[in-house]
Design a binder for this molecule. Structure first.
Ligand code: B12
Length: 487
Protein backbone atom coordinates (compact mmCIF):
# COMPACT_ATOMS: atom_id res chain seq x y z
CA UNK A 1 0.00 0.00 0.00
CA UNK A 2 0.97 3.64 -0.60
CA UNK A 3 -0.11 6.36 1.80
CA UNK A 4 -0.49 9.88 0.39
CA UNK A 5 -0.27 12.53 3.06
CA UNK A 6 -1.26 16.19 2.84
CA UNK A 7 0.12 17.82 6.01
CA UNK A 8 -1.90 20.57 7.62
CA UNK A 9 -1.51 23.84 5.69
CA UNK A 10 -4.47 25.92 6.77
CA UNK A 11 -7.14 26.52 9.38
CA UNK A 12 -10.04 24.08 9.00
CA UNK A 13 -12.40 26.86 7.89
CA UNK A 14 -10.08 27.72 4.98
CA UNK A 15 -9.44 24.17 3.89
CA UNK A 16 -9.78 23.37 0.20
CA UNK A 17 -9.57 20.18 -1.84
CA UNK A 18 -5.93 19.01 -1.68
CA UNK A 19 -5.22 19.21 -5.41
CA UNK A 20 -1.65 17.91 -5.28
CA UNK A 21 -2.48 14.61 -3.57
CA UNK A 22 -5.60 14.26 -5.72
CA UNK A 23 -3.46 14.62 -8.87
CA UNK A 24 -1.10 11.93 -7.60
CA UNK A 25 -4.01 9.72 -6.49
CA UNK A 26 -5.45 9.94 -10.01
CA UNK A 27 -2.56 7.95 -11.47
CA UNK A 28 -2.60 5.41 -8.61
CA UNK A 29 -6.33 4.76 -8.92
CA UNK A 30 -7.13 1.26 -10.31
CA UNK A 31 -3.43 0.50 -10.32
CA UNK A 32 -2.18 0.57 -6.74
CA UNK A 33 -3.61 0.09 -3.30
CA UNK A 34 -3.51 3.54 -1.67
CA UNK A 35 -5.03 5.76 1.02
CA UNK A 36 -5.15 9.53 1.47
CA UNK A 37 -4.58 11.15 4.86
CA UNK A 38 -5.28 14.88 4.96
CA UNK A 39 -3.99 16.90 7.92
CA UNK A 40 -6.42 19.68 7.03
CA UNK A 41 -9.29 17.36 7.99
CA UNK A 42 -7.72 14.78 10.30
CA UNK A 43 -6.75 16.08 13.77
CA UNK A 44 -4.16 13.38 14.31
CA UNK A 45 -2.76 12.39 10.92
CA UNK A 46 0.29 10.65 12.41
CA UNK A 47 -2.01 8.29 14.31
CA UNK A 48 -3.96 7.61 11.11
CA UNK A 49 -0.80 6.91 9.12
CA UNK A 50 0.52 4.67 11.93
CA UNK A 51 -2.76 2.72 11.96
CA UNK A 52 -2.46 2.12 8.22
CA UNK A 53 1.16 0.98 8.56
CA UNK A 54 0.18 -1.44 11.32
CA UNK A 55 -2.75 -2.84 9.37
CA UNK A 56 -1.28 -3.04 5.88
CA UNK A 57 2.00 -3.58 4.17
CA UNK A 58 2.84 0.09 3.54
CA UNK A 59 5.62 0.43 1.03
CA UNK A 60 5.84 4.17 0.66
CA UNK A 61 4.66 7.31 2.44
CA UNK A 62 4.23 10.16 -0.08
CA UNK A 63 4.17 13.59 1.52
CA UNK A 64 3.06 16.79 -0.24
CA UNK A 65 5.07 19.76 0.99
CA UNK A 66 4.63 23.49 0.42
CA UNK A 67 7.07 25.93 2.04
CA UNK A 68 5.79 27.40 5.33
CA UNK A 69 3.72 25.77 8.06
CA UNK A 70 2.97 22.78 5.84
CA UNK A 71 6.70 22.03 5.66
CA UNK A 72 6.90 22.07 9.47
CA UNK A 73 3.96 19.65 9.74
CA UNK A 74 5.56 17.43 7.06
CA UNK A 75 8.87 17.44 8.90
CA UNK A 76 7.39 16.55 12.30
CA UNK A 77 5.22 13.76 10.90
CA UNK A 78 7.97 12.29 8.70
CA UNK A 79 10.34 12.23 11.66
CA UNK A 80 7.83 10.44 13.86
CA UNK A 81 6.98 7.86 11.20
CA UNK A 82 10.67 7.23 10.50
CA UNK A 83 11.34 6.72 14.20
CA UNK A 84 8.44 4.31 14.71
CA UNK A 85 8.57 2.50 11.35
CA UNK A 86 12.08 2.77 9.88
CA UNK A 87 11.24 0.27 7.13
CA UNK A 88 8.71 2.61 5.45
CA UNK A 89 10.33 4.68 2.70
CA UNK A 90 9.40 8.35 2.55
CA UNK A 91 9.13 10.53 -0.56
CA UNK A 92 8.51 14.28 -0.51
CA UNK A 93 6.92 16.09 -3.46
CA UNK A 94 5.53 19.59 -4.02
CA UNK A 95 6.94 23.11 -4.02
CA UNK A 96 9.27 22.86 -1.01
CA UNK A 97 11.38 19.94 -2.25
CA UNK A 98 11.11 21.14 -5.86
CA UNK A 99 12.56 24.57 -5.05
CA UNK A 100 14.93 23.45 -2.28
CA UNK A 101 15.79 19.82 -3.16
CA UNK A 102 19.17 19.78 -1.41
CA UNK A 103 17.76 21.00 1.90
CA UNK A 104 14.91 18.47 1.72
CA UNK A 105 17.21 15.59 0.88
CA UNK A 106 19.53 16.52 3.75
CA UNK A 107 16.85 15.28 6.15
CA UNK A 108 17.48 11.74 7.39
CA UNK A 109 13.79 10.91 7.19
CA UNK A 110 13.47 11.78 3.48
CA UNK A 111 14.55 9.07 1.05
CA UNK A 112 13.37 10.49 -2.26
CA UNK A 113 12.34 13.82 -3.71
CA UNK A 114 9.98 14.25 -6.63
CA UNK A 115 10.65 17.62 -8.28
CA UNK A 116 7.99 19.42 -10.33
CA UNK A 117 5.12 17.49 -11.89
CA UNK A 118 4.85 14.30 -9.87
CA UNK A 119 2.54 11.77 -11.53
CA UNK A 120 4.92 9.91 -13.86
CA UNK A 121 7.92 10.33 -11.57
CA UNK A 122 6.09 8.60 -8.73
CA UNK A 123 5.02 5.66 -10.90
CA UNK A 124 8.59 5.21 -12.10
CA UNK A 125 9.89 5.50 -8.54
CA UNK A 126 7.60 2.63 -7.51
CA UNK A 127 9.06 0.58 -10.37
CA UNK A 128 12.61 1.37 -9.22
CA UNK A 129 11.77 0.49 -5.59
CA UNK A 130 10.46 -2.85 -6.86
CA UNK A 131 13.69 -3.49 -8.78
CA UNK A 132 12.15 -2.95 -12.22
CA UNK A 133 14.27 0.02 -13.26
CA UNK A 134 17.27 2.08 -12.18
CA UNK A 135 16.83 5.14 -9.94
CA UNK A 136 19.20 7.15 -12.11
CA UNK A 137 16.88 6.70 -15.12
CA UNK A 138 13.98 8.61 -13.53
CA UNK A 139 13.59 12.20 -14.67
CA UNK A 140 12.60 14.68 -11.95
CA UNK A 141 13.79 12.41 -9.12
CA UNK A 142 16.36 13.26 -6.43
CA UNK A 143 17.59 10.49 -4.16
CA UNK A 144 20.50 9.34 -2.02
CA UNK A 145 22.90 6.97 -3.74
CA UNK A 146 24.49 3.93 -2.07
CA UNK A 147 27.05 6.21 -0.42
CA UNK A 148 24.28 8.43 0.90
CA UNK A 149 25.24 11.23 -1.49
CA UNK A 150 22.49 13.37 -3.04
CA UNK A 151 21.71 12.75 -6.71
CA UNK A 152 19.56 15.13 -8.73
CA UNK A 153 18.42 13.53 -11.98
CA UNK A 154 17.61 15.75 -14.97
CA UNK A 155 14.29 17.63 -15.15
CA UNK A 156 11.17 15.91 -16.41
CA UNK A 157 9.42 17.64 -19.34
CA UNK A 158 5.93 18.67 -18.31
CA UNK A 159 2.77 17.06 -19.67
CA UNK A 160 -0.56 18.83 -20.09
CA UNK A 161 -3.42 18.17 -17.62
CA UNK A 162 -5.45 16.32 -20.29
CA UNK A 163 -2.80 13.59 -20.40
CA UNK A 164 -3.65 12.48 -16.86
CA UNK A 165 -6.87 10.99 -15.51
CA UNK A 166 -9.42 13.00 -13.52
CA UNK A 167 -8.97 13.43 -9.78
CA UNK A 168 -10.66 10.59 -7.84
CA UNK A 169 -12.92 12.94 -5.84
CA UNK A 170 -14.86 9.97 -4.47
CA UNK A 171 -11.83 9.05 -2.33
CA UNK A 172 -12.36 12.15 -0.19
CA UNK A 173 -15.28 13.48 1.88
CA UNK A 174 -15.77 16.28 -0.68
CA UNK A 175 -18.52 17.99 1.32
CA UNK A 176 -15.95 18.81 4.03
CA UNK A 177 -13.92 20.77 1.51
CA UNK A 178 -16.65 22.88 -0.08
CA UNK A 179 -16.53 25.73 2.41
CA UNK A 180 -18.23 29.14 2.35
CA UNK A 181 -16.25 32.03 0.89
CA UNK A 182 -16.87 35.45 -0.63
CA UNK A 183 -17.71 33.59 -3.83
CA UNK A 184 -20.39 31.25 -2.57
CA UNK A 185 -21.67 28.85 0.07
CA UNK A 186 -19.84 25.83 -1.32
CA UNK A 187 -16.56 26.85 -2.89
CA UNK A 188 -14.56 24.28 -4.84
CA UNK A 189 -11.05 24.62 -6.28
CA UNK A 190 -9.64 23.56 -9.60
CA UNK A 191 -6.34 23.79 -11.49
CA UNK A 192 -6.99 24.21 -15.22
CA UNK A 193 -3.38 24.50 -16.41
CA UNK A 194 0.11 23.77 -15.23
CA UNK A 195 3.28 25.87 -15.29
CA UNK A 196 3.81 29.49 -16.32
CA UNK A 197 5.86 30.80 -19.25
CA UNK A 198 7.26 33.77 -17.32
CA UNK A 199 10.35 34.00 -15.10
CA UNK A 200 9.54 36.45 -12.30
CA UNK A 201 12.43 36.50 -9.86
CA UNK A 202 10.31 36.22 -6.69
CA UNK A 203 8.03 33.38 -7.80
CA UNK A 204 8.58 29.71 -6.99
CA UNK A 205 6.65 28.45 -10.00
CA UNK A 206 9.41 28.53 -12.61
CA UNK A 207 11.93 27.26 -10.05
CA UNK A 208 9.68 24.21 -9.65
CA UNK A 209 8.22 23.84 -13.14
CA UNK A 210 10.51 25.62 -15.61
CA UNK A 211 8.95 28.16 -17.96
CA UNK A 212 6.32 26.34 -19.97
CA UNK A 213 2.58 26.33 -19.51
CA UNK A 214 0.16 23.61 -20.57
CA UNK A 215 -3.56 24.24 -20.46
CA UNK A 216 -6.42 21.85 -19.87
CA UNK A 217 -8.93 21.79 -22.73
CA UNK A 218 -11.96 24.01 -22.03
CA UNK A 219 -14.11 20.94 -22.62
CA UNK A 220 -12.47 18.99 -19.80
CA UNK A 221 -12.43 21.96 -17.39
CA UNK A 222 -16.16 22.43 -18.01
CA UNK A 223 -16.83 18.70 -17.51
CA UNK A 224 -14.97 18.61 -14.17
CA UNK A 225 -16.73 21.73 -12.91
CA UNK A 226 -20.05 20.33 -14.01
CA UNK A 227 -19.29 17.15 -12.02
CA UNK A 228 -18.47 19.23 -8.91
CA UNK A 229 -21.74 21.11 -9.32
CA UNK A 230 -24.04 18.15 -9.94
CA UNK A 231 -22.43 15.59 -7.61
CA UNK A 232 -21.41 17.85 -4.74
CA UNK A 233 -23.40 21.06 -5.09
CA UNK A 234 -20.47 23.42 -5.69
CA UNK A 235 -21.71 26.96 -6.39
CA UNK A 236 -18.37 28.74 -6.78
CA UNK A 237 -14.80 27.94 -7.64
CA UNK A 238 -11.29 29.26 -7.13
CA UNK A 239 -8.95 28.45 -9.99
CA UNK A 240 -5.55 27.83 -8.45
CA UNK A 241 -3.65 28.03 -11.76
CA UNK A 242 -0.43 29.96 -11.71
CA UNK A 243 -1.66 31.81 -14.77
CA UNK A 244 -5.28 31.12 -15.64
CA UNK A 245 -5.59 33.19 -18.82
CA UNK A 246 -2.99 32.88 -21.50
CA UNK A 247 -4.79 32.68 -24.84
CA UNK A 248 -7.83 34.81 -25.47
CA UNK A 249 -9.60 32.25 -27.70
CA UNK A 250 -9.17 29.65 -24.92
CA UNK A 251 -10.60 32.04 -22.29
CA UNK A 252 -13.58 32.86 -24.48
CA UNK A 253 -14.36 29.23 -25.21
CA UNK A 254 -14.12 28.31 -21.55
CA UNK A 255 -16.40 31.21 -20.57
CA UNK A 256 -19.03 30.01 -23.03
CA UNK A 257 -18.80 26.43 -21.82
CA UNK A 258 -19.20 27.20 -18.11
CA UNK A 259 -21.73 30.04 -18.25
CA UNK A 260 -24.71 27.70 -17.70
CA UNK A 261 -23.19 26.37 -14.45
CA UNK A 262 -23.87 29.72 -12.72
CA UNK A 263 -20.65 29.59 -10.73
CA UNK A 264 -19.03 32.67 -9.21
CA UNK A 265 -15.31 32.34 -9.59
CA UNK A 266 -11.81 33.68 -8.85
CA UNK A 267 -8.57 33.18 -10.78
CA UNK A 268 -5.06 34.56 -11.28
CA UNK A 269 -4.04 36.41 -14.44
CA UNK A 270 -1.46 38.81 -15.87
CA UNK A 271 -2.15 42.47 -16.62
CA UNK A 272 -0.24 42.41 -19.92
CA UNK A 273 -2.22 39.44 -21.26
CA UNK A 274 -5.63 40.63 -20.10
CA UNK A 275 -5.19 44.27 -21.04
CA UNK A 276 -5.18 43.07 -24.66
CA UNK A 277 -8.47 41.14 -24.38
CA UNK A 278 -11.44 42.53 -26.30
CA UNK A 279 -14.57 43.96 -24.70
CA UNK A 280 -16.42 40.91 -25.99
CA UNK A 281 -14.14 38.57 -23.99
CA UNK A 282 -14.38 40.67 -20.82
CA UNK A 283 -18.17 40.68 -21.10
CA UNK A 284 -18.24 36.90 -21.71
CA UNK A 285 -16.06 36.29 -18.65
CA UNK A 286 -18.32 38.42 -16.51
CA UNK A 287 -21.42 36.56 -17.80
CA UNK A 288 -19.66 33.26 -17.04
CA UNK A 289 -19.37 34.25 -13.36
CA UNK A 290 -15.88 35.74 -13.17
CA UNK A 291 -16.08 37.74 -9.93
CA UNK A 292 -12.52 38.55 -8.92
CA UNK A 293 -9.13 38.27 -10.63
CA UNK A 294 -5.80 38.27 -8.82
CA UNK A 295 -3.11 40.21 -10.69
CA UNK A 296 0.55 40.33 -9.73
CA UNK A 297 1.03 44.11 -10.21
CA UNK A 298 4.19 43.82 -8.06
CA UNK A 299 5.46 47.41 -8.27
CA UNK A 300 4.54 50.94 -9.20
CA UNK A 301 7.99 51.45 -10.76
CA UNK A 302 8.68 50.34 -14.30
CA UNK A 303 12.43 49.97 -13.57
CA UNK A 304 11.65 47.59 -10.66
CA UNK A 305 9.32 45.53 -12.87
CA UNK A 306 12.21 45.17 -15.32
CA UNK A 307 14.64 44.16 -12.56
CA UNK A 308 12.34 41.38 -11.40
CA UNK A 309 11.79 40.20 -14.99
CA UNK A 310 8.06 40.62 -14.63
CA UNK A 311 7.43 41.61 -18.24
CA UNK A 312 4.54 43.99 -17.47
CA UNK A 313 4.24 47.77 -17.28
CA UNK A 314 2.50 50.04 -14.77
CA UNK A 315 0.44 51.38 -17.67
CA UNK A 316 -1.02 47.90 -18.23
CA UNK A 317 -1.95 47.68 -14.55
CA UNK A 318 -3.75 51.02 -14.84
CA UNK A 319 -5.60 49.73 -17.93
CA UNK A 320 -6.73 46.66 -15.98
CA UNK A 321 -7.98 48.82 -13.09
CA UNK A 322 -10.10 50.74 -15.60
CA UNK A 323 -11.39 47.77 -17.57
CA UNK A 324 -12.28 45.64 -14.56
CA UNK A 325 -14.28 48.61 -13.27
CA UNK A 326 -16.06 48.88 -16.61
CA UNK A 327 -17.07 45.20 -16.50
CA UNK A 328 -17.80 44.88 -12.77
CA UNK A 329 -15.01 42.40 -11.99
CA UNK A 330 -13.04 43.02 -8.78
CA UNK A 331 -9.27 43.20 -9.36
CA UNK A 332 -7.00 41.95 -6.60
CA UNK A 333 -3.63 43.67 -7.09
CA UNK A 334 -0.67 42.11 -5.32
CA UNK A 335 2.60 44.00 -4.74
CA UNK A 336 6.06 42.83 -3.69
CA UNK A 337 7.60 46.06 -2.42
CA UNK A 338 11.25 46.91 -1.62
CA UNK A 339 13.18 45.88 -4.71
CA UNK A 340 16.87 45.27 -3.85
CA UNK A 341 17.93 47.66 -6.67
CA UNK A 342 16.62 50.75 -4.80
CA UNK A 343 14.15 49.72 -2.10
CA UNK A 344 13.42 53.28 -0.92
CA UNK A 345 12.53 54.54 -4.39
CA UNK A 346 10.51 51.42 -5.18
CA UNK A 347 8.55 51.83 -1.94
CA UNK A 348 7.88 55.53 -2.52
CA UNK A 349 6.74 55.05 -6.08
CA UNK A 350 4.69 51.93 -5.38
CA UNK A 351 2.74 53.46 -2.49
CA UNK A 352 1.87 56.45 -4.71
CA UNK A 353 0.87 54.05 -7.51
CA UNK A 354 -1.43 52.07 -5.21
CA UNK A 355 -3.20 55.31 -4.26
CA UNK A 356 -3.64 56.06 -7.95
CA UNK A 357 -5.16 52.60 -8.60
CA UNK A 358 -7.56 53.03 -5.69
CA UNK A 359 -8.72 56.33 -7.20
CA UNK A 360 -9.34 54.70 -10.59
CA UNK A 361 -11.05 51.63 -9.20
CA UNK A 362 -11.91 51.88 -5.48
CA UNK A 363 -13.04 48.24 -5.46
CA UNK A 364 -9.46 47.08 -6.09
CA UNK A 365 -8.30 44.74 -3.34
CA UNK A 366 -4.68 45.46 -2.43
CA UNK A 367 -2.27 42.79 -1.21
CA UNK A 368 1.13 43.89 0.04
CA UNK A 369 4.23 41.73 0.51
CA UNK A 370 7.88 42.57 0.98
CA UNK A 371 9.98 41.65 -2.03
CA UNK A 372 11.15 38.08 -1.27
CA UNK A 373 13.44 36.28 -3.72
CA UNK A 374 13.40 32.56 -4.45
CA UNK A 375 16.39 30.61 -5.78
CA UNK A 376 16.87 31.18 -9.47
CA UNK A 377 17.98 28.45 -11.83
CA UNK A 378 21.76 28.42 -11.66
CA UNK A 379 22.27 30.28 -8.37
CA UNK A 380 23.27 27.43 -6.15
CA UNK A 381 25.04 29.36 -3.41
CA UNK A 382 22.83 32.29 -2.66
CA UNK A 383 20.57 34.84 -4.18
CA UNK A 384 20.64 38.55 -5.04
CA UNK A 385 24.40 38.83 -5.48
CA UNK A 386 25.11 36.40 -2.66
CA UNK A 387 23.18 38.48 -0.10
CA UNK A 388 20.90 35.56 0.79
CA UNK A 389 22.31 32.15 1.71
CA UNK A 390 19.59 29.52 1.83
CA UNK A 391 19.10 27.14 4.77
CA UNK A 392 20.45 23.66 4.20
CA UNK A 393 17.91 21.55 6.14
CA UNK A 394 14.14 21.50 6.72
CA UNK A 395 14.81 22.14 10.44
CA UNK A 396 16.59 25.38 9.58
CA UNK A 397 13.73 26.38 7.27
CA UNK A 398 11.38 25.76 10.22
CA UNK A 399 13.17 28.33 12.44
CA UNK A 400 11.38 31.59 13.17
CA UNK A 401 13.81 33.59 11.03
CA UNK A 402 13.11 31.49 7.91
CA UNK A 403 9.42 30.99 8.62
CA UNK A 404 9.05 34.80 8.73
CA UNK A 405 10.94 34.91 5.43
CA UNK A 406 8.73 32.26 3.80
CA UNK A 407 5.52 33.86 4.97
CA UNK A 408 6.94 37.25 3.96
CA UNK A 409 6.19 38.63 7.43
CA UNK A 410 9.78 39.79 7.89
CA UNK A 411 12.30 38.80 5.23
CA UNK A 412 15.24 40.40 7.15
CA UNK A 413 16.52 41.25 3.69
CA UNK A 414 19.84 43.08 4.11
CA UNK A 415 18.82 45.69 1.55
CA UNK A 416 15.59 46.70 3.31
CA UNK A 417 16.17 49.42 5.93
CA UNK A 418 14.05 49.28 9.07
CA UNK A 419 12.35 52.59 8.29
CA UNK A 420 11.39 51.42 4.78
CA UNK A 421 10.03 48.17 6.12
CA UNK A 422 8.02 50.09 8.73
CA UNK A 423 6.67 52.42 6.05
CA UNK A 424 5.47 49.44 3.96
CA UNK A 425 3.90 47.73 6.99
CA UNK A 426 2.26 50.94 8.24
CA UNK A 427 0.88 51.74 4.80
CA UNK A 428 -0.52 48.22 4.60
CA UNK A 429 -2.41 48.63 7.83
CA UNK A 430 -3.75 52.08 6.88
CA UNK A 431 -4.98 51.08 3.43
CA UNK A 432 -6.30 47.74 4.72
CA UNK A 433 -8.36 49.64 7.30
CA UNK A 434 -9.49 52.37 4.91
CA UNK A 435 -10.77 49.64 2.55
CA UNK A 436 -11.30 46.43 4.55
CA UNK A 437 -11.25 43.42 2.27
CA UNK A 438 -14.61 42.26 0.97
CA UNK A 439 -13.35 38.70 1.28
CA UNK A 440 -13.89 38.35 5.02
CA UNK A 441 -17.45 37.13 4.97
CA UNK A 442 -17.55 36.78 8.77
CA UNK A 443 -16.70 40.38 9.64
CA UNK A 444 -19.79 42.26 10.87
CA UNK A 445 -20.76 45.54 9.15
CA UNK A 446 -19.92 47.65 12.20
CA UNK A 447 -16.31 46.43 12.18
CA UNK A 448 -15.80 47.71 8.65
CA UNK A 449 -17.36 51.06 9.52
CA UNK A 450 -15.13 51.36 12.58
CA UNK A 451 -11.94 50.63 10.62
CA UNK A 452 -12.90 52.98 7.78
CA UNK A 453 -13.73 55.82 10.18
CA UNK A 454 -10.57 55.42 12.22
CA UNK A 455 -8.30 55.35 9.18
CA UNK A 456 -9.95 57.96 6.93
CA UNK A 457 -7.88 60.94 8.13
CA UNK A 458 -4.60 59.05 7.89
CA UNK A 459 -5.24 57.95 4.33
CA UNK A 460 -6.49 61.40 3.27
CA UNK A 461 -3.41 63.15 4.69
CA UNK A 462 -0.92 60.37 3.88
CA UNK A 463 0.07 59.99 7.55
CA UNK A 464 1.09 56.36 8.03
CA UNK A 465 3.46 56.56 11.03
CA UNK A 466 2.66 54.77 14.31
CA UNK A 467 -0.85 53.58 13.40
CA UNK A 468 -1.29 52.13 16.91
CA UNK A 469 -5.02 52.74 17.04
CA UNK A 470 -5.42 50.79 13.77
CA UNK A 471 -3.20 47.97 15.00
CA UNK A 472 -5.33 47.75 18.09
CA UNK A 473 -8.60 47.86 16.13
CA UNK A 474 -7.36 45.23 13.65
CA UNK A 475 -6.31 42.93 16.46
CA UNK A 476 -9.65 43.38 18.13
CA UNK A 477 -11.62 42.76 14.93
CA UNK A 478 -9.18 40.22 13.49
CA UNK A 479 -10.19 40.73 9.87
CA UNK A 480 -9.08 37.93 7.65
CA UNK A 481 -6.18 38.85 5.35
CA UNK A 482 -6.44 37.09 1.99
CA UNK A 483 -2.65 36.71 1.80
CA UNK A 484 -2.33 35.06 5.21
CA UNK A 485 -5.08 32.53 4.60
CA UNK A 486 -2.88 29.75 5.86
CA UNK A 487 -2.35 31.07 9.38
C1 B12 B 1 -3.44 26.33 -3.24
C2 B12 B 1 -2.23 27.07 -2.74
C3 B12 B 1 -2.17 27.35 -1.39
C4 B12 B 1 -3.26 26.96 -0.40
C5 B12 B 1 -3.21 25.47 -0.02
C6 B12 B 1 -4.61 24.94 0.13
C7 B12 B 1 -4.62 23.49 0.48
N1 B12 B 1 -5.30 22.70 -0.28
O1 B12 B 1 -4.03 23.09 1.42
C8 B12 B 1 -2.97 27.92 0.79
C9 B12 B 1 -3.87 29.15 0.67
C10 B12 B 1 -3.14 27.32 2.17
C11 B12 B 1 -1.53 28.34 0.49
C12 B12 B 1 -0.74 28.92 1.41
C13 B12 B 1 0.58 29.31 1.18
N2 B12 B 1 1.23 29.29 0.00
CO1 B12 B 1 0.52 28.49 -1.58
N3 B12 B 1 -0.13 28.07 -3.26
C14 B12 B 1 -1.20 27.46 -3.64
C15 B12 B 1 -1.23 27.39 -5.18
C16 B12 B 1 -2.14 28.55 -5.65
C17 B12 B 1 -1.73 26.10 -5.82
C18 B12 B 1 -1.06 24.82 -5.35
C19 B12 B 1 -1.78 23.65 -5.98
O2 B12 B 1 -2.75 23.15 -5.46
N4 B12 B 1 -1.35 23.24 -7.16
C20 B12 B 1 -1.95 22.15 -7.90
C21 B12 B 1 -1.17 20.85 -7.75
C22 B12 B 1 -1.76 19.79 -8.65
O3 B12 B 1 0.16 21.13 -8.17
P1 B12 B 1 1.38 20.95 -7.16
O4 B12 B 1 1.00 21.38 -5.82
O5 B12 B 1 2.59 21.54 -7.76
O6 B12 B 1 1.55 19.34 -7.14
C23 B12 B 1 2.25 18.65 -8.15
C24 B12 B 1 3.75 18.52 -7.86
O7 B12 B 1 4.26 19.52 -7.02
C25 B12 B 1 3.91 17.17 -7.29
N5 B12 B 1 3.60 16.91 -5.89
C26 B12 B 1 3.00 17.65 -4.97
N6 B12 B 1 2.86 16.97 -3.83
C27 B12 B 1 3.37 15.75 -4.02
C28 B12 B 1 3.48 14.65 -3.18
C29 B12 B 1 4.08 13.48 -3.66
C30 B12 B 1 4.18 12.32 -2.77
C31 B12 B 1 4.58 13.43 -4.98
C32 B12 B 1 5.22 12.21 -5.49
C33 B12 B 1 4.47 14.53 -5.84
C34 B12 B 1 3.85 15.68 -5.34
O8 B12 B 1 2.95 16.44 -8.05
C35 B12 B 1 1.75 17.22 -8.16
C36 B12 B 1 1.05 16.85 -9.44
O9 B12 B 1 1.90 17.04 -10.55
C37 B12 B 1 0.27 27.63 -5.53
C38 B12 B 1 0.53 28.33 -6.85
C39 B12 B 1 0.24 27.39 -7.96
N7 B12 B 1 -0.65 27.78 -8.81
O10 B12 B 1 0.78 26.30 -8.01
C40 B12 B 1 0.75 28.47 -4.34
C41 B12 B 1 2.19 28.32 -3.87
C42 B12 B 1 2.53 26.86 -3.83
N8 B12 B 1 2.13 28.83 -2.51
C43 B12 B 1 3.17 29.50 -2.17
C44 B12 B 1 3.33 30.15 -0.93
C45 B12 B 1 4.57 31.05 -0.82
C46 B12 B 1 2.41 29.99 0.09
C47 B12 B 1 2.50 30.63 1.48
C48 B12 B 1 3.85 30.54 2.14
C49 B12 B 1 2.00 32.07 1.31
C50 B12 B 1 1.98 32.91 2.57
N9 B12 B 1 2.73 33.96 2.55
O11 B12 B 1 1.30 32.62 3.50
C51 B12 B 1 1.40 29.86 2.28
C52 B12 B 1 2.01 28.78 3.19
C53 B12 B 1 1.35 27.47 3.11
C54 B12 B 1 1.49 26.66 4.35
N10 B12 B 1 0.55 26.75 5.28
O12 B12 B 1 2.45 25.97 4.52
C55 B12 B 1 4.18 29.56 -3.28
C56 B12 B 1 5.40 28.65 -3.05
C57 B12 B 1 6.62 29.30 -3.70
C58 B12 B 1 7.91 28.77 -3.21
N11 B12 B 1 8.80 29.68 -2.84
O13 B12 B 1 8.10 27.59 -3.17
C59 B12 B 1 3.30 29.22 -4.53
C60 B12 B 1 4.02 28.54 -5.68
C61 B12 B 1 2.71 30.57 -5.00
C62 B12 B 1 3.75 31.45 -5.69
N12 B12 B 1 3.62 31.65 -6.96
O14 B12 B 1 4.64 31.99 -5.10
N13 B12 B 1 -1.17 28.06 -0.78
Amino acid sequence: MIVLFNPRATKPRNRRLPLAVLAIAAVLEDREDYEIVDGNVDDNPVASISRLIEQYDVELLGVSVMPGPQMVAAMDASREIRRAYPHVKIVWGGYFPSVYPDAALNAKYVDYIVRGQGEDTLLELLDAMRGKRAFDSILGLSYKDIFGLPRNNAERPMKGPDEFPWSPFHRLPVEKYLRPSFFGKRTAVHHASIGCPFNCSFCGVHAAYGNKERMESPERTAAILSHLVTEYGADSVQFYDMNFFLREDHALELAKRIEHLNLRWWCEARVDVMSRYSDETFAALKRAGCTMIFFGAESGSDWALKEMKKGISTEQTVTIAERTKQFGIIPEFSFVIGNPGDPERDTRETLAFIRKLKKINPDSEIIIYHYTPVPQPGDMYGNVDGQIAWPSTPAEWASKRWMDFTLRIDTQAPWLQRKTKDLIDNFEIVIGSRWPTVQDIRAPKWSRILLKTLSAWRYALGVYRFPVELQWANEFISLRKPKRESL
